[in-house]
Ligand binder design. Sequence first.
Ligand SMILES: *[C@@H]1O[C@H](CO)[C@@H](O)[C@H](O)[C@H]1NC(C)=O
Ligand SMILES: *[C@@H]1O[C@H](CO)[C@@H](O)[C@H](O)[C@H]1NC(C)=O
Ligand SMILES: *[C@@H]1O[C@H](CO)[C@@H](O)[C@H](O)[C@H]1NC(C)=O
Ligand SMILES: *[C@@H]1O[C@H](CO)[C@@H](O)[C@H](O)[C@H]1NC(C)=O
Length: 545
Amino acid sequence: MVSLRLLSLISLVSVVLASPKYRDFVLHERRDTVPRGFVHNGPASVNQTITLKIALNSNNLAGLEKALLDVSTPSSALYGQHLTKEEVEAFVAPTSETTNAVNEFLSSHGITPTTISPAGDWLSFTVDIAKANQMFAADFSVFTYESTGEQTIRTLSYSVPAALQPHVELVHPTVAYARFPIVLPDVTATSDAVPASCATEITPTCLQALYGIPHSVPSQSGSNISVSGFINQFPQVADLKSFLIDFRPDIPPNTTFSVQSVDGGSQNLDIQYTVGVAGGVPVTYISVGSENTDGIDGFLDIINILIAQTSPPLVLTTSFGFDEPDVPAAIATKLCNAYMQLGARGTTILFSSGDGGVSGVHSKACTTFIPTFPSGCPFVTSVGATTGISPETAATFSSGGFSTLFARPSYQAAAVAAYLKFLGSTNAGKYNASGRGFPDIAAQGENVVIVNAGTQVLVAGTSCSAPILASTFSLLNAQLLAAGKPVIGFLNPFIYTNIGIFTPISTGSNPGCNTNGFPATVGWDPITGVGTPVFANLRTAFGLS
Ligand SMILES: *[C@@H]1O[C@H](CO)[C@@H](O)[C@H](O)[C@H]1NC(C)=O
Ligand SMILES: *[C@@H]1O[C@H](CO)[C@@H](O)[C@H](O)[C@H]1NC(C)=O
Ligand SMILES: *[C@@H]1O[C@H](CO)[C@@H](O)[C@H](O)[C@H]1NC(C)=O
Ligand SMILES: *[C@@H]1O[C@H](CO)[C@@H](O)[C@H](O)[C@H]1NC(C)=O
């Protein structure tokens, strides 16, 4: 009796606290199960605090997408006229109705949020778990990532008040679990000798010969590259110096890179194949520490910082990614739209496609194919891997396929339709044929020589291919800038209107999930995209004589 009365008293109190306007909840995001690799340890302590971010709906993302395609499609009158920070923010900003509705809700809980993005589409606030559970009908709990013992607070579902639902894109971190698998190169062999031949060992010299990449750029060209780094890996300056001495005797051995630190945070490969291939283009290493609290391994922090910059890098390359099913749709969409913002500003964004063939970022058992993220986002350029030189062949580990989150964008409609026709019923039911196909393009990714702890080693992975192409495009940017032309920006519409200028990769496949994967063929394919670059052809297609 006593306890029943007490219970009804408590529920009366909570009804009084929550304004009537916010009593009806609508489920917003939910996971069916605890994600792979995590165990559920029970409810989080109600007194513990959590910093939550709310993403507010933007007023006109469709307008931004149209603007992005206008400035990135070669046949468009607006081609190359990239948007300013303010122009992008005007599309991304929430309406005042949305901002007011969310602020009113937070204020009803005694919360004054901090605006954490220039467009005002992200708000942040810190509350205790009891309040977080009440505000979003959530069940914030402790989850342990088994392989490291690291604990994280998440919920398997949350709701938002019905009155608020039209205004809220997502609440984060809630159903997105950190410590996803990442793409890292596999070290395949070691060798102390200078490479004998590009057939077995890929060096900058091989890449210059294979793709016709220029050896140097006009100094002060204004071209640049930023390399994303995660999980506290850090490139070794001494190894870069040895690499340059061994493989780029034409570049000063003291050529180095700048460091931009995000969230307090070794990627020898990415640095050696940007500094060492893009002869003279300044390279910035963006170091994301493991202390990031963005809830998605630093991916949100890094893109929000770049969006907030008045002058973002012209090329951004990232050799990390996730299996798409591990990233909840709402946060994946929000990140993808953030890449759209940076692309509209003129940044070429490259992601390696993953190293598990059709089975995701790493090879694993599976019954249906596992696409990767961010490669499935239609606003990034996804990079697959090739191997060998005669002929250059699709690397078996090169991830590729079709997103189940993002629909096929119009710029690749014809190329993908042609591939699906070629494929026929092969792999039917294992992939989503209406999804965005990836990768878009490829470069060498096997037997790539780097210097690691003073020793030459061979590495493999699409993590090799992305920085190689970042260098290629930054050299092209340097020439475009020198000729007074606009920089490349978002590359995909260009790629798919110029398929014929790339070297098609028509042999090989990317096995996985007990299948042979997808076969490579001329034109676009989901292992090597449209193929590998031919620098002279790129120059001509970009209007350089
Ligand atoms: C939470 O804080 C209150 C007041 O400080 C305290 O009485 C209670 O024991 C705490 N509960 C937990 C689970 O730590
Ligand atoms: C990259 O180049 C652009 C254009 O030259 C410039 O505005 C920007 O500040 C540079 N950024 C970095 C990180 O070097
Ligand atoms: C690299 O070395 C050259 C020649 O010794 C020197 O002039 C230059 O300032 C050095 N550059 C850097 C970035 O240290
Ligand atoms: C297939 O992709 C489309 C486009 O992204 C999506 O709407 C649909 O839900 C997907 N189907 C499945 C079964 O994943």
